[in-house]
Every structure is written in C-alpha cells, then in structure tokens.
Design a protein around this ligand. Sequence first.
Ligand code: BES
Ligand code: MN
Ligand code: ZN
Length: 489
Amino acid sequence: MTTPPEITFAETDLDQIAAAPGRVVVFIGADARLDAGARRVNKLTRGGIMRLVAGEKFAKAKDGDILSVTYPMGMAADAVDVVRLEKRCSVEEARAAGAALAKMQGEQAVLILSGNHKHAAEIAFGFALRAYDFGPHKSEEPKTRGPVTMMASKPEELAAKAGPMAAVAEGVFFTRDLVNEPANILTTDDFAARLAAMQELGLEVEILEEAELAELGMNLLLSVGQGSASPSKVVIMRWNGGAADAAPLALVGKGVVFDTGGISLKPAAGMEDMTMDMGGAGVVSGVMRALALRKAKANVVGLVGLVENMPSSTATRPGDVVKSMKGDTVEIINTDAEGRLVLADVLWYAQERFEPTGVINLATLTGAIIIGLGHENAGVFSNDDAFCDAFLAAAKGEAEGAWRMPLSPAYDKQLKSRVADMKNVGGRPAGSITAGQFLQRFIKDGTPWIHLDIAGVASVKSDTTLAPAGATGWGVRALNRLIADKYEG
Ligand code: BES
Ligand code: MN
Ligand code: ZN
C-alpha cells in the first residue's frame, strides 16, 4: 500500500538551518516581510533572500509560486525554496503551496519553516496529498523521499490539527491505489481481502458471497458478474463511532473491477481505462479508512458491490429480464449499463438492513456525465435539497468539483419496457439523468439520497493540483468533511 509521507512537527530552532540538508523552505507574502526563519536564511546567505525579494521575479510572482535559490552559499542545503504565500491565504492556496513543494522534492530532505502560518497544517496536508506515486509495478526501485520536517512556533498544536488530516490523506491514498490497480491484480477477491484487512483498524467488515447474494435475491448484481470467473461479492464496512442507537449514514459504491461492457462489448480503444470502474467503491473504502484512522464520532456504513463485467457463454444477454432484490423486473437492453444494476440491489439492501438516515452512492456510472461536465465536476443528483446543499458545501470546502444535475419523473418514460417493469437504458438523450432516475426507483420514499456520478473525476489523464495523473481520490475529502461537519455533533 502506498502511504503518505510522514511529516514531523518540531519547535522552530533557527540554529539548525545552516546545517540542514536538502531543501529549506520559507514563506514570504507580497509585503516582502521576512519572518524569523527567512531572516536567518537571509543572514546565512549574506542578504540572498532580501535580494531575491527585491528582484523582478518576486515582484511578478503569484501566490503559491516558488522561487528557488540553488546551492546557497553559507548553507548546507541544496536549495532554498522561497514560496510566495500570504499569511492570510486561503486553505486551498495553502494546500496548493504544500503540493508544489512535494512536486519539487525528489529524494531530498525538506525542512519547512512555517513560522506561525495559520494554515501550516494545510500546507502539510497539500504536501502529503501531492507526494503520491503509484509504483508497485515498476521494476525500477521507487525513489525514497527524504524526511520532511515542519518547524513551527506551536508544534504540538499543529500536530494535533495535522493528525486527522494525515488520516484523510491515508484514506485518499488507499482510494488512489485501488483505482490505479490493474484488473488482473485487483480482482473481486483481492479487493475484498484489502477491505477485510481494515478490520485491524477497528472497522467491522463483512463479505457476502454469491450464494448469500442469491439467497437475498440480488439478481441484478449477480447478472452483471455471471460472465466472469471472478466471484461477485458485496462487502460491508461498519464504523460505529457515534451513539450506539443512532442510525448510520450509508455510503454505497459501484465496484466493477473491470467493465468490458459484457456482450454489449465496448470498443477496444480506451477499454483499458475501465480498470477504474470500481472508483465509487474505491472512494467508499477510502472514506471508511479515514474515519477509522481518525476515530470519527459518527456511525457510517460503507457497502460496495464488487463484480467484473465480462462477455462469455454465461454472461447476461441483451434482452434478458432479471428480477431485482426489491422485486421490480428489469429488461437488460444493454449489458454495458451495468453499474446501475449493481447499485440498485446494494442500495435496496442498504436501506432494508440499516434504515440509514441518508444514503450517498458513488459510481463511475456514465460516459454522458463526462460529455456534460468534463473532468472538473462530478454530477450530483439528489431527492433532498438540504442534504444535497450540505454535500455541495463540503465539496466546495475541499475544492472538489461538484455540480448538481436535475432529476424529474419527466425522464421516466425513457425507461419504459414492453416486457418488464423497466429497461436499464434510456437512450442517448440525458444519459446521466436517466441513469439517476433508474437508481431513484430503488430509493425508498423519505430516504434522503445523493447519487454522485464520478466517471469524469475518479481518474484523469494529466496531473491536478493535489494529485499526479491517474486516480485522484475525488470525494474522499468532501465526504469526510460532510461527516465531520454534519454527523459528528
Ligand atoms: N463504466 C461505464 C461509464 C464510464 C465511461 C466510466 C467512461 C468512466 C469513463 C458505464 O458502465 C457504461 O458503460 N455506461 C454506458 C451506459 C450506456 C450503455 C447507457 C455509457 O456511458 O456509455
Ligand atoms: Mn458499462
Ligand atoms: Zn461501468
């Protein structure tokens, strides 16, 4: 498993600066005022920092830009990184600055002189998030990052703030690993085993195998996996950090470990991207890990449907009619619209068994959401304005793009079937909305519900502020914040 770098918080000791190896980092705002750490670096370099700050480059620098002085005279360090950052910067800017430093690190040690910056913990969090690298399948030895130390005026206070953030970073890394992992490694068995291992963290983990799923009547889910040699599973993770009698929040994830499309086979070009079709389940798993690591005071249950969508002689055929756990029948017109089939049964099961106060499902559900929103925003669908607004606020606070889309019974006619209660596709128009309408049929009246279509944001081709190219971990931070803000008293 890829783990975030450990960042040590220490009392500011100016006398350690001269001999510090690697990179020494200082923060200076537009007013060009040096704090004690920057003043010491300036003194050691005989005015080097003052000259830099007086120069044209610094004048033109934007918030978050880094100006580096390499091999500074009078210091053991390879470089001094001057980060142009205001004392009163936003959380987002502080994280971006930390991320930019992580990107520059290489194998060196890093000494960050954070002074008394109010967002020092956020700088460390941004650093940790951007330090991710998915290396398990490269023969080349992974680069080992040097130790990272952040000096601050109140290191204990800072460490207390940074603790829960480190838990969230570890949750994000867990999600990214799952999403980046190829499907020959991350089989349904392997995925379930990784989740079972989280029992060590105090999570209750339960695995429902095919026989039990059949017993429960989860035929829609089973119909997706029946063409694969890998067994379908539902994994249930429970974190009970709240009041003993309080109903939980339920998180439900689509975990299609590989989506070939099934008999409605996808085209070859780009099919390799479907290793990320378990992204919803990956986010649910990462959130549960973060909650356990930071011992959240809330009751949350995470459920993931793990299946592989393969074509074979045992696969579901277009035209097959299958009865859901709820009892409604579905005509499967297109076996590539499989995510909604998996979710329908797991959503129903989650409500029947746990009577949750709310349900949030996540899924790389439709290509259409990418056409609508690109890779900048996930599609948000909900039957409850207050619940939805709370989520949108949390997403905004974490700078995770999220945009509400409509639901309406007007779209239901697209799902009418001649032979069954509904069909699983609604045609080209509003493809993401008809998928949402399909899911809503498996939500009980009165259950607050949010559906997050993360097809565009779960994994991206170029790097973003807080992540390298590939899996982003989108949603772990937003959901963690929603839980912290709304479910932890
Ligand atoms: N897993 C795909 C959606 C997807 C597409 C995720 C691109 C990430 C990137 C989903 O199972 C799917 O195949 N959806 C179909 C639905 C259609 C058949 C109604 C789609 O979007 O084309
Ligand atoms: Mn599909
Ligand atoms: Zn899919």
